[in-house]
Design a protein around this ligand. Structure first.
Ligand code: MTE
Ligand code: LUZ
Ligand code: MOS
Length: 751
């Protein structure tokens, strides 16, 4: 089934918050902030701005009726700065006016008096000063202190990985208005409608039942709207409450990039020990996460970094420690992979450095250490149904890894200006929110008396195709054509207390709840068929309900109306919670993931050694989709994740100056992948795997895992650089921008 949004997206009919028809009298809100990353506020002069044309009101922290607090995990984040600001872009208040442009003019008239305080942008410096968001966490397995003695090779090093700006096409925004009883309607571009509802309730001092958050779709979220859609929605609601008028707040791109957090940069130290036959016997890693100025989701992201610190490898002796370091940057936040990519990047860097030191290919080490059934990961989960070895072997065979190696070597022997490199990149990503409590969902299904069906869940459509998959579930369960089913927006009045659509689990959790709702409804319909029509067996297929034993059949619509006439409910609200998962944070052990997603990519690149630029010749992937329920949607997820990952690893460079000011605050200075950066050839093969019963229809979650294939992009380039400049001492410092590649090509270069 094609993505149900496809036609409306390409014809421009799809409605985003800023496209909603505006109610007469709508006002506009614009946030303002101090030009400092860390400062004590003495005075904010708003008089000139207030008397600027078209300005209705200016709100600051003193105008908040409830708590000035939006911290979701830890209450450490005010909506509006009070005595101090802790990062450049931290909102100090909002201007409300009759037009956006008038708000912008007024914003230029606000002046600030403040005392600057020391600015820290480096996580290691913050760690040195004891500035931590939460106490450090350590995952352990075996006894690495003992194991070093048995190692033939011990290699140490450091890896630095920079952040990433989300660049969702639709910027952050919300539109709020009051209903007759003062309750609030809020259209919000959020992955987490309940989080928005809760924060509005807290800040406005209004019970949650008086707040309706409605989310039709996002023009991309990528994690950037899991937590950080909240402040803008709260501001719109606060402005509506103060003015008693509809208020819209849509961030302009440069405000969005400047004021919101990004993927977390990490700086990590590693030590890896191997036996003579390249078995990794021990691994120690310390991660310094650059959390930014407040917690946001950093503690959860830190946790996932630890979970994925050994990627797809079994290592018997591990100590992985992670520090969440408080700096004067915007609070960094969820981004596809949620700390997993950073954890994996460090073990891959360790393996590459070990391979270079020992004089073998990294893939020899990778292959020798892939996780197998029965192996234990440092967090205590015993692995089952692993596909790491299968996906590796398939990729090696189908994409002729040996030939790739020979081709690369002979090319490099015969060429000097251009060098080729390749890397093999296995992945293993755990599916479930690592916070067990969050793994649940609900679905509401109404069958109307004409036989048409409407479905509500907490799932937020952000381009990943979750609505298409949900529609497939309902149509398939009822055996009716998809045109009889409609998927409604995620709305807190219809579905309450939702987890964000995140952790790649949107289709699994909501799809499972929906399947239960459909099953319960079918049971009622089947009872009518048995009791009133004499069916002995009941099957739902092809818009009919049939009894294969007696050849009796009835149209779906006719059975629906019969059921209605017997005063039997045609509505169902069902709940699903992932069974079996658990995690004990006091022991750092448990079974946190419902299942894992695997795959292996082979990436080939050509580097221009005169210019430092490069192009990816091919990326060939064997991916574990389980039993994919929608191959086109899933293919899109793999391609999109891959290219987004290549952007992070090779060209997107977030740069703050020493004063904490973002220098790469627009698409003119921040380079994201475009059609020209896409590899010449992308091949994606389905691994023949059994799937998982915890995945909806055994169709495994696909949203985040493919992002991590792109780690290999870095290492492929590094291999080409080494071919040109074998003796260079190279660091690990992603992204590998052309500038850095050029420097490395001629670092300690003898000619
Ligand atoms: N695909 C598109 N087109 N747009 C997005 O914003 N977000 C990604 C992924 N794929 C995203 C996307 C992220 S970060 C997650 S967690 C999943 O989709 C969320 O959706 P799912 O749980 O339904 O897979
Ligand atoms: N969000 C979250 C996530 O709150 N917990 C998670 O484990 C997670 N994983 C991936 C992406 N978002
Ligand atoms: Mo995705 S980072 O879980 O929103």
């Amino acid at each position: 089934m094609i993505n149900i949004d496809a036609k409306n997206h390409v014809t421009g009919r799809s409605v985003y918050v800023d496209d909603m028809p505006e109610i007469k009298g709508t006002l506009y809100a614009l946030p303002f902030d101090l030009p400092a990353a860390h400062a004590r506020i003495k005075k904010i002069n708003i008089d000139k701005a207030i008397s600027s044309p078209g300005i209705i009101k200016i709100l600051t922290c003193t105008d908040i009726p409830g708590e000035n607090q939006i911290g979701g995990v830890i209450p450490d984040e005010p909506l509006f700065a009070e005595d101090e600001v802790h990062y450049c872009g931290q909102p100090a208040g909002i201007i409300i006016g009759e037009s956006e442009s008038e708000c912008r003019q007024a914003r230029r008239k606000i002046t600030y008096e403040f005392d600057e305080l020391p600015v820290i942008t480096c996580p290691r410096e913050a760690h040195g000063k004891g500035l931590l968001i939460i106490p450090p966490r350590t995952f352990r397995l075996g006894n690495s202190a003992e194991a070093w003695k048995d190692c033939e090779h011990v290699i140490e090093g450091t890896a630095d990985i920079n952040g990433q700006e989300h660049i969702y096409l639709e910027t952050q925004g919300a539109y709020a208005w009051l209903k007759e009883d003062g309750s609030i309607y809020l259209a919000s571009s959020t992955q987490a409608p309940t989080a928005v509802q809760f924060a509005v309730s807290r800040v406005l001092n209004v019970p949650m039942h008086k707040i309706e958050v409605d989310t039709v779709r996002l023009g991309g979220g990528f994690g950037g709207k899991e937590d950080q859609a909240t402040p803008w929605a709260v501001m719109a609601a606060l402005a509506a409450q103060h003015t008693q008028k509809p208020v819209k707040l849509i961030l302009h791109r440069m405000d969005d990039v400047r004021m919101t957090g990004k993927r977390h940069p990490y700086s990590s130290d590693f030590k890896i020990g191997l036996s003579k036959d390249l078995k990794i016997l021990a691994y120690e890693v310390t991660h310094y996460q650059n959390a930014g100025a407040s917690a946001d989701l950093s503690p959860a992201i830190l946790e996932r970094t630890l979970f994925h610190s050994t990627n797809a490898y079994f290592i018997p002796n591990v100590i992985a420690t992670a520090y969440s370091c408080r700096t004067n940057l915007p609070p960094n936040t969820a981004f596809r992979g949620f700390g997993g990519p950073q954890g994996k990047c460090v073990i891959e860097a360790a393996i590459v450095k070990a391979a270079e030191t020992i004089g073998v290919c990294p893939d020899e080490i990778q292959k020798a250490n892939l996780v197998n059934d029965g192996d234990e990961f440092p967090y205590g989960q015993i692995m089952q149904d692993t596909e790491a070895v299968n996906s590796w072997n398939e990729a090696e065979r189908n994409f002729a890894l040996e030939e790739v190696k020979h081709r690369t070597d002979s090319f490099n022997m015969n060429n000097n200006r251009f060098k080729k490199g390749y890397a093999v990149q296995p992945i293993c990503f755990g599916i479930s929110f690592t916070n067990t409590m969050m793994n649940h969902a609900r679905a509401l299904v109404h069958i109307y008396k004409d036989g048409s069906v409407v479905v509500s869940t907490g799932a937020v459509e952000m381009g990943q195709g979750v609505n298409t998959k949900l529609l497939q579930v309902a149509a398939n369960e009822f055996g009716i054509s998809p045109s009889k089913v409609r998927i409604e927006s995620a709305n807190t009045l219809r579905i309450a207390n939702t987890s964000p659509t995140a952790a790649s689990s949107g289709a699994d959790l909501n799809g499972k709840a929906l399947k239960i709702a459909c099953t319960n409804l079918k049971e009622r319909l089947a009872n009518v068929a048995v009791n009133s029509l004499g069916f002995t067996d009941v099957k739902f297929e092809n818009d009919r309900v049939i009894d294969p034993a007696s050849n009796k059949e009835i149209l779906w619509e006719d059975l629906v109306i019969k059921t209605f006439q017997q005063r039997i409910s045609l509505s169902e609200h069902a709940h699903y919670a992932t069974p079996l998962i658990n995690f004990d944070r006091t022991k750092e052990k448990g079974h946190p993931f419902a299942y894992h997603v695997y795959g292996t990519a082979i990436i080939e690149v050509t580097v221009d050694c005169l210019k430092g630029i490069y192009h990816f010749d091919s990326v060939k992937i064997v991916h574990d989709f389980g039993k994919s329920m929608n191959r086109d949607v899933d293919l899109g997820q793999v391609e999109g994740g891959l290219v987004q990952g290549i952007g992070w690893m090779t060209m997107e460079e977030v740069i703050y100056d020493e004063k904490g000011k973002l220098l790469t605050n627009a698409l003119s200075t921040y380079k994201i992948p475009d059609i020209y950066s896409v590899p010449d050839e992308i091949v994606i093969e389905h691994l023949d795997s059994t799937g998982s019963d915890f995945a909806i229809y055994k169709s495994k979650a696909v949203g985040e895992p493919p992002f991590m294939y792109a780690l290999g992009a870095y290492f492929a380039i590094r291999k080409a650089v080494k071919a040109f400049n074998p003796d260079a001492e190279l660091s690990f410092n992603a992204p590998y921008t052309p500038e850095k590649v050029l420097m490395d090509l001629y670092r300690n270069h003898s000619q």
